[in-house]
Design a protein around this ligand. Structure first.
Ligand code: AMP
Ligand code: MN
Ligand code: MN
Ligand code: MN
Length: 281
């Protein structure tokens, strides 16, 4: 099959980070939804790769190794996806372990903030949603706050409690852009800016960010993602062309209930862009 016709989904999450399905369950859902080429990209964690790969192999899915690394750039949290990485690379493993460390302390501080706002025991509550003790995330708090009826939806929890300026928000310093790109490239992979349309950066800051990313060897940006509007598909197609970036496509699926877009259901990447998967296919 020519690569343009493939259904490619290179961004999603399992219970190894903040998704609700196991890696094997995500693989099965990708297959059922018609995905041909699939990457699991858990936050700051690659422990899902072996079960994801073996499930994909059994299902006849073409499997691509992946990870989504949290970074801090100009005081903002940004996500960099690494694709086609060697998950046995020591520097990558060490870097991700460093990036994960501090999540538990941050979660305890988040719980303290929520307790002050009248929501006790949120740490214990969030933990009941955690599949990997090394990876407690804001998503787990959000699910618990919905469970106890503080908000109706996860999105509302984020808006009212978990974003900057809200009671459960704790500023955190993640990896640097240079580190994330270096770990990914050192492991033989492609660095991809995840859902660029989600960051609140001015045009000048965006330009500086893309140029810096490129100067380290970053090669691609997500254009068609569950986090973008249809207008943003066009906007980031233009931006990818302007900077000479390859384009990527991924749902950012986290689970059947809170999925904005399900696995493999996005429109195709514009044929004017070179897909990032052309690097290894
Ligand atoms: P963390 O890495 O702990 O800061 O958590 C970040 C995760 O929270 C993201 O990967 C999303 O899955 C989730 N998230 C962030 N903002 C929202 C939102 N507005 N609605 C739902 N989920 C969100
Ligand atoms: Mn997430
Ligand atoms: Mn992300
Ligand atoms: Mn994601």
């Amino acid at each position: 099959m020519s690569t343009e016709l493939l259904n490619v989904d290179l961004h999603c999450h399992s219970t190894i980070s903040d998704g609700v399905l196991t890696p094997a369950e995500v693989a099965a859902r990708a297959k059922a939804n018609g995905v041909d080429v699939w990457a699991l990209t858990d936050h700051d964690e690659i422990r899902g790769i072996p079960p994801a790969r073996s499930a994909a192999l059994d299902l006849g899915l073409q499997y691509v190794t992946g990870v989504e690394i949290s970074i801090t750039w100009a005081g903002k949290t940004i996500h960099i996806v690494g694709l086609n990485i060697d998950e046995k690379n020591e520097n990558l493993i060490r870097g991700l372990a460093e990036t994960r460390s501090g999540r538990e302390r941050r979660a305890l501080e988040m719980a303290a903030g929520l307790a002050k706002a009248g929501i006790p025991n949120a740490f214990q509550g969030a933990l009941t949603y955690v599949g990997n003790p090394d990876l407690i995330s804001r998503s787990h708090f959000a699910r618990y706050l919905v469970e106890i009826g503080v908000c109706d939806t996860v999105n509302e929890v984020f808006k009212r409690y978990l974003i900057e300026g809200k009671p459960g928000y704790v500023p955190h310093r993640w990896a640097t852009l240079a580190e994330a790109v270096k770990w990914i490239q050192g492991a033989g992979g492609e660095a991809v800016v995840a859902h660029p349309g989600r960051y609140e950066l001015s045009p000048v800051a965006f330009d500086a960010f893309f140029n810096e990313f490129k100067s380290y060897g970053g090669s691609a940006i997500e254009v068609v993602t569950g986090s973008h509007t249809v207008d943003q598909y066009a906007e980031y197609t233009k931006i990818a062309s302007r900077y000479g970036f390859l384009g990527s496509r991924g749902s950012d699926f986290h689970g059947p209930d809170d999925a904005v877009v399900d696995l493999g259901q996005l429109p195709p990447l514009s044929s004017t862009l070179t897909p990032v998967w052309s690097k290894w296919m």
